[in-house]
Design a protein around this ligand. Structure first.
Ligand code: NAD
Ligand code: UDP
Length: 308
């Protein structure tokens, strides 16, 4: 698994190991950390390699999961070239590996391929509305190019590759400082600071708890006859950012003031997945309500904080 020491990757490692797979994590730690998989060191089914998918990768196995890419807006905007080349050259290297070894391939794509969407909720058929030169373009266009690589590799090389368009996912082990909204709010509540709401907080996101996302990814990786297919994976429970700020405070049992800050350029106004295809073809739908997922997440960060 590329990106196995990141937030989603480390939870996916846990799950695959529980299911009895041998798992190799390949990660450069540009945004992830060894601590995310520290508890797996010593597990005979697990190995950890430090490396960068932008360089050719030597490995042999049945399944390649490509989760490697900076994912939070501040992280990818700090590392624009790295984000573009990771998704372009890195994905290409891993697809070559799938071609050589005959491994099945799963690409972690993103709802960002829809940009600031005019269709709502977004179906897989919606081609998107992305600004190719805006501050999010390194990520959005990188991921769009990676999707194009995947479908080209399926068509020309006959490999078995699938694409997951992941919508906002949250839970334990997100980097508390990476700026994504749930951890930004949790970090502020822990420190007793006001919650930074960008714009007027009326923009929406639909947040999926990590356990549900992992289940969706496993089903997509395991399902037969899905070569070249793309699936939205996310929770269609859409909330405004102000509603989310309230829900995080409820989960934490703490209150804070709201501090309104400038809305970043090209911040999508609405985002919500249509998951009909995943429900019908994978038998998958999220099970964890936002309030419950936020409570687990808050408890985990509070516990981490208490241990420091
Ligand atoms: P993350 O930053 O926690 O994990 C990404 C991992 O990839 C990190 O461990 C990082 O060190 C590694 N990585 C990055 N570039 C690399 C490279 N060139 N070579 C090797 N390793 C590299 O982010 P995440 O939230 O776990 O996201 C995982 C994947 O899911 C990403 O591809 C992301 O685009 C996608 N995704 C995530 C979300 C979300 O809400 N979490 C939403 C949409 C898509
Ligand atoms: N956001 C916010 N305060 C923060 C971080 C984010 O109001 O401290 C908003 C951001 O403007 C966006 C939404 O929350 O509308 C989700 O942001 P995030 O960076 O988590 O992910 P995105 O979906 O934008 O990639």
């Amino acid at each position: 698994m590329a990106g196995g020491a990141g937030f989603i990757g480390s939870h996916l490692c846990d799950r695959l190991l529980r299911d009895g797979w041998f798992v190799t994590s390949l990660d450069s730690f540009v945004t992830g950390s060894a601590a995310n998989v520290g508890h797996l060191v010593g597990n005979p089914l697990f190995s950890m390699r430090v490396g960068d998918i932008r360089h050719p990768v030597d490995w042999n196995g049945d399944l390649i999961l490509n989760l490697a890419s900076p994912a939070s807006p501040p992280a990818y905007q700090r590392e624009r070239m790295l984000t573009l080349t990771t998704n372009a050259e890195g994905t290409r290297n891993l697809l070559e590996l799938a071609r050589q070894t005959g491994a099945r391939f799963l690409q972690a794509s993103t709802s960002e391929v829809y940009g600031d969407p005019e269709e709502h909720p977004q179906r897989e058929t919606y081609p998107g509305r992305v600004n190719p030169i805006g501050p999010r373009s390194c990520y959005d266009e990188g991921k769009r190019y990676a999707e194009a690589l995947v479908v080209a590799a399926v068509a020309e090389w006959g490999i078995d590759a699938r694409i997951a368009r992941i919508f906002n996912t949250y839970g334990p082990r997100m980097d508390l400082g990476d700026g994504r909204v749930v951890v930004a709010f949790i970090g502020c509540l822990i420190e007793g600071l006001p919650l930074p709401v960008f714009g007027d907080g009326s923009q929406t996101r639909s947040l999926c708890y990590i356990e549900d996302m992992v289940e969706g990814l496993v089903r997509l990786a395991a399902g037969p006859g899905l070569a070249g297919e793309v699936f939205n994976l996310g929770n269609p429970d859409e909330r405004t950012i102000l509603e989310l700020a309230e829900a995080v405070q409820q989960a934490a049992g703490r209150r804070a003031a709201i501090e309104y800050q400038e809305l970043p350029h090209d911040d999508p106004t609405r985002r919500c997945p249509d998951i009909t295809k995943a429900m019908e073809r994978l038998g998958w739908a999220p099970q964890v309500p936002l309030e419950e997922g936020l409570k687990h997440t808050w408890d985990w960060y509070l516990d981490q904080h208490a241990r420091q």
